[in-house]
Design a protein around this ligand. Structure first.
Ligand SMILES: Cc1ncc(COP(=O)(O)O)c(C=O)c1O
Length: 351
């Protein structure tokens, strides 16, 4: 067994996985207790009366092509949320194992760990630009099964330094997985760390179609990791995890022409983000706008309540982090359409 696989829960390594109905499209199906007729009005290609293919081949291939990795390193799930949940369940024994998180960061790592009964060690990002406290993460990581890092980080918006992340992977090579969540990477211009998988078998990278590809409602996230980790997680993902309609939608909506439109929209989004940053910085209720490598801005307000109310008065909702630890007075604004951005700016620019 590889050293990385030996980090998994022993009972999961020994688990006899659920035997789903054989997938053989060359044969007619009388083996899965499905109805032989489609529901009235079901115009899907596959037919929703049929269970979908587990880890649909075409979808896995498409994600492998988009993210430029081999199909053997790809697990597709219902959003990266499902990948986070699967990782914690496969590697952390309830009441025994722990994960490391680096607050302020995406909230689901902690929740997934708590649901599993795993401990959570918090190593805060540094005050100076929300950088990684590399030595402290390494020290904490030695006593944990998974270190969750988010780059660009939600809600602070900054990329983590690649050398810092790789130093963590290197130092924890035999003790822990390092899961780098790249949900917002497409907005940053930075290359994915998935290219470094060969050197770091304990590295796990998360990607999603929910942000840059405008497909949050489809629920499609991709975990990229060493083949043996992917094989292990395939044994515990629920049997028919990806709905047939998601597969059809994603295959249709991530063809080359749509990908070109996504790239164009990202350029528009980044121009809007920079415009918003400059104008927010000058707004009377705002004391600071943090730099961002993502599709949102973290804004520190003199009066967060007043900012929120100004947004609501023109029908716009932004995310309130003002009472979260280390984010006093902060709001997170997802960059919208040029019209929405202008409406928000005008509302908060009023003296
Ligand atoms: C950093 C980060 N990771 C993961 C997710 C969840 O993404 P998905 O829609 O792929 O489950 C989010 C959602 O906001 C996020 O901000």
């Amino acid at each position: 067994m590889s050293s990385v696989l030996s980090l998994a829960r022993p009972d999961i390594l020994e688990l006899q996985p659920y035997q789903h109905a054989t997938w053989d499209p060359s044969l007619e199906r009388m083996h899965a207790n499905e109805m032989p007729w489609r529901a009235q009005g079901d115009n899907t290609r596959a037919g929703l009366n049929r269970y979908p293919e587990p880890q649909p081949h075409d979808l896995v291939e498409r994600m492998a092509r988009i993210y430029d990795v081999p199909t053997s390193q790809v697990l597709v799930g219902r959003g990266s949320d499902e990948a986070i949940d699967l990782l914690v369940r496969a590697f952390c024994r309830a009441g025994v194992d722990r994960v490391v998180i680096t607050p302020p960061t995406f909230g689901f790592y902690k929740v997934a760990a708590r649901i599993q009964g795993a401990g959570v060690i918090e190593v805060p990002l540094l005050d100076d630009g929300f950088a990684l406290d590399t030595d402290a993460v390494i020290a904490a990581g030695r006593g944990a099964k998974i270190v969750f890092l988010c780059s660009p980080n939600n809600p602070t918006g900054n990329l983590l330094d690649e050398a810092d992340v790789l130093a963590v992977c290197h130092a924890l090579a035999t003790t822990s997985l390092v899961c780098v969540d790249e949900a917002y990477l497409e907005f940053s211009g930075r290359a994915s760390l998935s290219a470094r998988l060969e050197d770091h078998p304990n590295l796990v990278v998360l990607r999603t179609l929910s942000k840059a590809y405008a497909l949050a409602g489809a629920r499609c996230g991709t975990l990229i990791a060493a083949e043996e980790i992917v094989s292990l997680l395939k044994r515990i993902i629920p049997p028919y995890a990806i709905p047939a309609s998601t597969v059809e939608d994603v295959l249709e909506l991530t063809e080359a022409p749509q990908r070109a439109i996504s790239a164009e929209r990202i350029r528009t989004m980044l121009a809007e983000r920079d415009k918003m940053r400059a104008r927010l910085q000058a707004a009377p209720t705002v004391s600071r706008v943090f730099p961002s490598d993502a599709n949102f801005l973290l804004v520190e307000c003199r009066d967060a309540k007043r900012f929120l109310e100004a947004g609501k008065s023109v029908g716009l909702l932004v995310r309130d982090f003002s009472s979260a630890p280390r984010l006093t007075g902060c709001l997170r604004i997802s960059v919208g359409t040029p019209e929405q951005n202008e409406r928000l700016l005008r509302a908060v620019e009023r003296p």
